[in-house]
Design a protein around this ligand. Structure first.
Ligand code: ADP
Ligand code: MG
Length: 269
């Protein structure tokens, strides 16, 4: 059910998992690009001080004049923070290492959990006619991630197909519940996507079986394989669907975009 108190606008999805290296940034970049290929207009918000999503989408560090730091803590129009990418229909608000001090600076603000939500509600965003905003979260359950969840309709969780993958998930789900209770009652878990899946590895199969048994429908049917093309693409500042359109990685992220957008239609319809 859409929130009637909320103005109509893009569907906002946080890509979150407090573990590092599980595929958050990779999924943000490639799912966004695949959604654009389906005809949607997408904005990526880089909320990780490492700025990997910004780099991966071709925004060099020197070109990040206004960033998510300014969006959260500066008195700045969102328009000035949005940059075009080489993909038409895909925009990004980049991040720099400045963002690493944002948590501390936000604490003093009484609206500290609502800064991203309020920034993304600026009317200046309307002219972009964005369909989806994907927020690439840092590897923590910090105030930055809480800001992402408060601003979002849903949380998409990449889960690396490794031993201990499910560990930590209950903490993430607890945070989602807390945010729901305190600030954003409509926050949903969009789904859990298995990443870096190795078909020949029994461990991958076991993680998948465990995840499907414990989490059921929450787990996307689409699984993202471990694929070298996916890991090469960022150094060419390209999404994998452009870097190698027929690679297994490209095929998988296209399937994920289709699955996500068809789920969305079902839920809204
Ligand atoms: P996170 O944002 O969660 O820290 P990343 O998306 O940066 O994780 O991924 C961590 C590393 O794993 C990166 O070097 C990335 O290129 C690589 N990687 C991610 N997904 C895949 C995949 N499906 N196949 C191969 N390498 C991957
Ligand atoms: Mg990352």
């Amino acid at each position: 059910m859409p929130d009637p108190t909320r103005p109509p606008g893009p569907t906002i999805i946080s890509v979150a998992n407090q573990k590092g290296g599980v595929g958050k940034t990779t999924t943000t970049i490639n799912l966004s690009a695949a959604l654009v290929e389906l005809g949607y207009r997408v904005l990526v918000v880089d909320l990780d001080p490492q700025g990997n999503a910004s780099t991966g989408l071709g925004i060099a560090a020197d070109d990040r004049e206004y960033t998510t730091y300014d969006l959260l803590l500066g008195d700045i129009d969102i328009h000035d923070t949005i940059q075009t990418t080489d993909t038409k229909g895909l925009w990004i608000i980049p991040a720099t290492v400045d963002l690493s001090s944002a948590d501390l600076e936000m604490v003093a603000n009484e609206k500290r959990s609502f800064l991203l939500r309020d920034a993304l509600r600026q009317r200046a965003l309307d002219s972009y006619a964005i369909d989806f905003i994907l927020v690439d979260c840092p590897p923590s359950l910090s105030l930055l991630t809480v800001n992402a969840m408060v601003a979002s309709d849903s949380v998409l969780v990449p889960l690396q197909s490794e031993f201990f993958a499910l560990e930590g998930l209950s903490q993430l789900i607890t945070t989602v519940r807390e945010v729901r209770h305190a600030a954003n009652p409509h926050l949903r878990i969009e789904g859990i996507v298995l990443t870096m899946y190795d078909q020949r590895n029994n461990l991958s199969k076991q993680v998948e079986a465990d995840a499907r048994e414990n989490l059921g429908e929450l787990v996307f049917k689409t699984v993202i394989p471990r694929n070298v093309r996916i890991s090469e693409a960022p150094s060419f500042a390209l999404p994998v669907i452009d870097y190698d359109p027929t690679s297994k990685g490209a095929v998988a992220y296209r399937a994920l975009a289709k699955e996500l957008s068809s789920r969305k239609r079902v839920q809204n319809g």
